[in-house]
Structure formats: C-alpha cells, structure tokens
Design a protein around this ligand. Sequence first.
Ligand code: ADP
Ligand code: MG
Length: 434
Amino acid sequence: MNIGKEVLQLLKEEITEIEYNRYIKHLTYDTKKSNSSNAVFYAPNALVANWIKSKYSEKIAHLFDLKGETKVNVSISLKNQGDRRKTKKISEPKVLHSLLNPSHSFNNFMVGGSNQFAYAAVKSVSEKAGKLYNPLFIYGGVGLGKTHLMQAAGNVFQDQGKTVIYTTVEQFLNDFIRHVRNKTMDRFQEKYRKCDVLLIDDIQFLSNKEGIQEEFFHTFEALKGAGKQIILTADKHPKKIAGLEKRLQSRFEHGLVADIQPPELETKIAIIEKKCEINKVMLTKDIINYIATVIESNVREIEGILSKLHAYSQLMHIDIDLDFTKNVLKDQIKENKANLTLDIITEYVAKDLNIKPSEIKSKGRSRNLVYARRISIYLCRELTTNTMPQLAQYFGMKDHTAISHTLKKINSLMQNDEDFKVKIEELTNKITST
Ligand code: ADP
Ligand code: MG
C-alpha cells in the first residue's frame, strides 16, 4: 500500500462512514507526481476536490506528518484534466517544484472592471515572456484570483515547453533551508536560475526574513538579467510590505504593479455561473443572484459555498432551491457590514487626517475638509449598506446626486493616482480590521 493510501486509511478512522464513502473514498494518490514535499491526490470532480480541500487537507497533511513524511503541500487535483493533459502532451511538462492547477486557465477566469487591468497585464505577459513587464507584480485581497491569474500564465508558458517554477515564498524558504542544511546551495541556485519563468506567490511573507530576502534578491537579479519572466503576487502593494528591503521593493515596482479589486456584482454573477458550468451544478438565476449579493468579495468563499450547497443537497437528497440556499448560507453571511457604522468610519478618517469628525460633517469648504469628506463618503458607501440618500442626509448634502458625484470623483482619482489609491486601500484595510 502506498503512503497516500495509508494516510487515507488513517483518515477513515477519524471521520464518519458517510463522509468517507462520499468523498475520501474517491481520492487516488499519485505516487509519481508526489515528492518529498508535495502530496498529489486526484478527485473525480471539482466540487469533491474543493470540499476535501477546505475540510480535510490540513488533516491529511497532519497524518502525513504522523507517518513521518512532511508534505508542505497537499494538492487535490482533478482527475480527468490531469489525464487529458497527459495524452495531449508529447513531452513531460517541465514544471518544477509545485504543480500548476490546469483549471487555472485564462478561459476559466471571468473578467470585469475589478480585475481587468491585472488580467490584461498577465495576458500580455503570457504572450511575450520577459519582454513587456518584468517583473509583473499583482496584488490584492484574499481569494480575488491572484494565484489563478499567475498560474494561467504559467500554464501557457508550460504548454510552450518552457520550464516554469511555481512556488510560494514559504516553499521557497523551506527549499532554501533544506539546501543550506544539506550543503547543496549550488543545486538550489542552479534550479532557480535555470528556469525560464519564475512564479512566486504571496511575496508578503518575505517580510522581515532577511536571509531569504538576500537569496531571493540574487535569484531575482540573475533571472531578470537573463531576460527570464518573473511574476509575483502579494496581498498588498510593494510599498506597503513592511520589513522588505528597499532594493527589493524598488525592483518589484520596476516592471508593472497591477491590482485586483473585489469583484462587482456582475462579475460575481459571471464567476458563479462559470463555476456552476465547470462543476455541472444547476442553480436558478435567483439563487445565483442571492449568493452574489450576500458574499462580499472573496471568490474562494463563493466556491466554498457552491461545494457546500452541492454536498448538502447530495447528502440529504434534496434539490437546491432558494430557501435551502438561504439556510445553508446563514452562518456564512458576514456581519462586517452591519458592524461598521457611519460614525465609526467618519471618526476613523478624521483621526487619520488629523481633523474633527464634526468638521467632516460640516459645510466647511476648505481643501482638506473637502478631501476628508470625499474619502469618508466613499468609504461609507463601500463599507456599509447605507443608500445614497441616507449618506446625503448624514453628510448634510443636498441629495443623492451630490453623493454620486463624489463617488465618481474618488473613483477617477483612484484610477489616475496610484498613491491615492494605496492610501484608500490602506484606510479600508485598517477600518475593516479594527
Ligand atoms: P488569491 O490567490 O487572490 O487568494 P485565488 O487565485 O486562489 O485567490 O482564487 C480563489 C478562487 O477563486 C480560485 O479557485 C479561483 O479559480 C477563483 N477565482 C477568483 N477570481 C476568479 C475569476 N475572476 N473568475 C473565475 N474564478 C475566479
Ligand atoms: Mg493565492
């Protein structure tokens, strides 16, 4: 019995029989693709894969540990896609380190206002490796598609026969430590400097880790110097990553920095429709709209809900209707919006800009008051469920058109002024995390 099977047997003892039979039983372990740090399992469809990923992958990693095998990465891939890829390919794909998810393709990525800039940037880089923007730096909140886009480019490069390394900062660090320990740093350097394309995910984890920053810097310089494409992602703008060496920060900004914003309603709907199509789940329009309006932004959360809905309906043998959906989503619905009030946001902005909250709500027309008022209005609209007439009343403005005008103004400023945008993002993050 292979180690993967053994681990699943252990897992069987920890979960119910129904769970085992419905999900875990269908997993197969790929002994060829798995290696000392990665465990690769195949699931029969994406919903089962997602369900297992969210519910069991930590447990599975833990069980590997118990068996004396440390797997940094437990990947649950789709069986048919893996197979199709194999028959299509003549030579073995040259992906080192970690695996690219074949369903992370440009085709499966829904484009809307919130992500079109990042999409266009990655797409054009994928057509001209190393020649356009190098590095390409994508940043944005959790679950907004950064890894998906980066891997979509990786899949294109890989299909062109290029050697692609996809890795997270964490894996890069572990790999580095292992090679230092084994005194094989030359192999480490050769591996990372020989590839055609380097994709590094979650760069923010370089923060305050000086040794690895040093090594990373040299890898970066070597690749860039040789005209090899580098794509990086992070949860924030390079400027905002604390504890990052200045020289790295400036290198990261040197190519193109593209952000991904939370999807608007239409994009969310398109994403849900796409996921349903891929996973062969039938949902009516009203259910799709409901999910799109209830879930704020995180696409990964949306996927989790789809698999949850599907799994529940299978377990209970019932069809998915709106009431059922509402019931399943009950716990999931974020209370965030309800918790933030107009007063809290206004006070926050006032404090940040060193003025009084009452001044923001006054009719004062001085430059910095107008500035503060505009920012407050924008954030109140983004972070609460208040309507434009309600906001007009709160800020003592004539009517909703004045609010709408302000929102347009801020949106256009954000589009044209990178520093301003970063400022607004920072405020948003601070307010939502307090
Ligand atoms: P991040 O790396 O930004 O945290 P991911 O790239 O892992 O987010 O995306 C989370 C999930 O949401 C993935 O399964 C991805 O396929 C999906 N996703 C995100 N954005 C889109 C999109 N625009 N269209 C289709 N799927 C998306
Ligand atoms: Mg990611």
